[in-house]
Ligand binder design. Structure first.
Ligand code: PNS
Length: 158
């Protein structure tokens, strides 16, 4: 069985993330979305809230599982029986950091391959931090994040 892990903070999940999840889920038998539960980063949404939001918007994808992880990504991938890490690339600005992470993960465990997926151009400018900034200014989030979670994001800024 070909199992891949798609890791991230997903604080919150955006349409760019969802696009990668939908496309990657067609390439592997199972795709595990790994939500980083890192107490050093101060997320807007708790790990449970982030998992719940991802589950709600990926309900139509039967081979997608959502789970949290702490610590190293390669250890999480191993615990899930995955040997592929899927990452989305938006712009060249993402590349340097992602390239470094991919090489580091490879050095930690040579069995893992990082597969980069180019984001759909219509989502290339979306990031979770931009979404939060916009939400803070009561901006319109339509088209940036799945509509099922728009209210939940707005509530954080009321
Ligand atoms: O959505 P993000 O914040 O860009 O995702 C970053 C993430 C979760 C993919 C990355 O921080 C990560 O893999 N963290 C787990 C710790 C780890 O394995 N780091 C690399 C080796 S030090």
């Amino acid at each position: 069985m070909r199992i891949a892990v798609y890791p991230g903070s997903f604080d919150p999940i955006t349409n760019g993330h969802l696009d990668v999840i939908e496309r990657a889920s067609r390439l592997y038998d199972k795709l595990v979305v790994g939500v980083l539960n890192n107490s050093n980063k101060k997320p807007l949404f708790s790990a449970e809230e982030r998992v719940d939001m991802i589950q709600r918007v990926t309900g139509h994808l039967e081979n997608v599982e959502v789970d949290t992880f702490t610590g190293l990504l390669v250890d999480f991938a191993k615990s899930k029986g995955a040997n592929v890490i899927v990452k989305g690339l938006r712009t060249v600005a993402d590349f340097e950091y992602e390239f470094q992470m991919a090489l580091l993960n490879k050095s930690l465990n040579p069995e893992y391959e990082t597969m980069f997926m180019m984001t759909n151009t219509k989502y290339s400018y979306i990031s979770s931090s931009m979404v939060k900034e916009l939400a803070g200014f009561k901006g319109n989030l339509t088209g940036l994040v799945p509509c099922e979670i728009i209210e939940q994001i707005k509530e954080k800024y009321e």
